[in-house]
Design a protein around this ligand. Sequence first.
Ligand code: F6P
Length: 324
Amino acid sequence: MNTDKIKHIGVFTSGGDSPGMNAALYAIAKSAEINNIKLSGFRKGYEGLIDGDLVTLKSHELQKITHRGGTILKTARSERFMTLEGRKKALRTLQANHIDALIAIGGDGTFKGLLVFSKICDIPFIGIPGTIDNDISGTDYTLGFDSAVNTAIENIDKIRDTAESHDRVFIVEVMGRDSGYIGIHSGLVVGANGILIPESTQDLTFLLEKVKNYDSEDAFLIIVSEGDEVGTDVVASKIKEVNPKADLRITRLGHVQRGGNPSAFDRMLGIRLGAASVDVLLRGSKNVMVGLYNNMICTTSFQSVVKQHHIDEELQDLLELFGS
Ligand code: F6P
């Protein structure tokens, strides 16, 4: 495609919201304006694309909200877009509004949706990885992960205060539908006694051995990823079996990890990936996700973007050293 013909870009956020999405929208708007391109935001992800629910985005409005969590465009997980009928309707919306290119901020499911859409719609699509789970290949970090870890550790530190005061065993469940990135990062830096994540299968036995001999004279903190195959409740009952005297409490941090002001890192990541998305688009890229690899902008084709289940060796070693 002749990129001079890109006069109107559409953008939407999809899947779970994540801190830093608004900063990315600001950067996209700024880059679009500099290139004399109009920017429209579709509300509620693919739903807005189907229903033609769009608003004009201006950088001077967005620059005031880079500090805000969530996404001002709202987001959704769309069932309708999974049907051909829904996608055809979305195509009609794009044509009726003369959209020349589309930028999507979301997780791997969002990009898979675009890949299917590309069979009937041939305008260029660019993806920006946005999920607190950090579970997407093709980037070292996804938007929102750093903020979510910071929220998790802030809360776990508070739990430590009360756990120490009562000499309690605390299980803190952190988010990560299928992945343990929030679990391993938060668990290591709060000095947890145990960390259970789906990417590691051998740690429960070690943990039970430790908790069996735990002398109730201190706090004992265990971080469990939501996606761990054993699960918080089973871990709790197994602890009770091996150490019936343990004064045990469970805290599920839940959606608090998704909200709040983005960290400096996530704001910067949003700015970098947002600007990069327009840049690669204007250089002729199509159907790729922009990401950060070794602190440099990179692109990965949607076909190669997969859900990541790999914790690198160094982190695995740290997990063994500190967490089990
Ligand atoms: O966005 C990722 C995530 O927060 C996962 O960590 C979690 O499992 C899931 O979304 C929760 O989804 P929902 O907001 O639909 O309950």
